[in-house]
Design a protein around this ligand. Structure first.
Ligand code: ATP
Ligand code: MG
Length: 347
């Protein structure tokens, strides 16, 4: 890192892999592929001419030069570099014209400890570097919303671990594999993900047998939250993250969210709470999770979801129903037997 620049040194043949990693890296505003050349005006102008030929071959008709000189001992200032660079480009490719308002390509000259010329600067994801904001525990279903929620928190610098609840044999091995693939994609954005997979079948059966049917989804969510809180505290996660969006489904009314939140002592972050489904889908497409999320699968919530779920539960009633289920031993058992899958940056 020097003067606001990170240098990633790599071999030309690895450039696709490096590009792939940089396109998924939070905390940088942009990047360009280039090579260091000698700090002479001749070398810089020759490189400008070479870039001109490259952009012309891509069918681009206009350009502008930008120049930055952090080494003030270089005898040409940025204005002179822009003029000389522009001349070098039009001499090399007379068909290319200068357009400072709306250029087809920007050729950048930087004079640092070496000279660099490039024309393919790309915008990056921005955000904050992952790891600067602690780690959160994402409730990851196989659906569209929760991977996007994890991505958004990672964009603010939060490392992500994830927990997935399945209800085997009511949910399939494919549903579990699908969640592992989603966690793998997330891992590419947040330096890897640790995914905890828990069997929730006994808990769901207890809820189904011993509580009023309209309440089953809210009670299941409460069990998930409590389980996640225990895992988070044991593993150093500072918060729980969900893909909930206000009033998207019955369990996400503000009253029902109050029921599931009640008694949880660490923050529950819901980055999608005010986002509509269409925007969430667009984001999912952009980050590469959408195609996997829409593969048919059975979520454990859907399997047991009642035909007429309660819409506005009260915290007191929810707490009473939950207490009467005596789920703690079953939650402890689920946590004792969880499976951990570690997914690296490459999924
Ligand atoms: P998603 O698209 O993320 O599945 P959804 O719209 O289907 O969300 P719900 O099924 O109500 O909404 O789930 C709300 C949130 O609860 C999810 O975003 C996720 O954070 C969590 N969740 C739901 N099911 C599971 C599960 N099986 N394992 C872990 N977390 C889950
Ligand atoms: Mg879901």
């Amino acid at each position: 890192m020097r003067n606001g620049r990170f240098y990633v040194h790599g071999l030309e043949e690895d450039s696709a892999a490096i590009e792939n990693a940089l396109d998924r890296l939070f905390g940088i505003s942009g990047w360009a592929q280039t090579r260091g050349i000698p700090k002479t005006i001749e070398a810089v102008l020759a490189e400008c001419a070479a870039e001109a030929k490259k952009i012309h071959a891509r069918g681009i008709a206009s350009f502008k030069i930008e120049a930055r000189r952090t080494d003030k001992s270089f005898p040409f200032d940025s204005y002179a570099l822009r003029c000389r660079g522009g001349d070098a480009v039009t001499d090399a490719v007379p068909g290319l014209r200068v357009d400072v308002q709306n250029p087809g390509a920007i050729i950048t000259i930087e004079i640092r400890e070496k000279a660099y010329v490039y024309s393919d600067a790309r915008k990056a994801l921005g955000g904050l570097p992952v790891g600067t904001a602690g780690r959160g525990l994402l409730l990851l279903s196989g659906g569209i919303d929760s991977p996007v929620a994890g991505f958004l928190m990672a964009s603010r610098g939060m490392g992500i671990d994830a927990v997935h609840f399945h209800a085997y044999p009511y949910t399939s091995a494919e549903a579990k594999q699908k969640t592992i693939r989603l966690a793998g994609i997330l891992g590419g954005y947040c330096m890897g993900v640790r995914l905890y997979i828990l069997g929730f079948t006994k808990i769901q059966m207890r809820i189904k047998e011993a509580s009023p049917l309209p309440w089953s989804t809210v009670l299941l969510r409460m069990a998930m939250m409590r389980c996640a809180e225990t895992i988070a505290k044991r593993n150093g996660n500072k918060c729980i993250i969900t893909g909930e969006s206000l009033s998207q489904v019955a369990s996400q009314t503000i009253e029902n969210i109050s029921c599931t939140q009640n008694g949880i002592s660490i923050p529950v972050l819901r980055p999608l709470i005010g986002t509509d489904k269409e925007s969430i889908i667009r984001k999912a497409e952009q980050i590469g999770t959408y195609k996997i999320s829409i593969e048919p699968y059975e979520d454990c919530c859907v399997l047991f979801s009642p035909p007429r779920p309660i819409l506005r539960g009260t915290v007191a009633e929810a707490a009473e129903l939950y207490r009467s289920l005596e789920l703690e031993p079953l939650i402890e058992e689920a946590i004792r037997n969880y499976e951990t899958v570690k997914l690296g940056t490459g999924g």
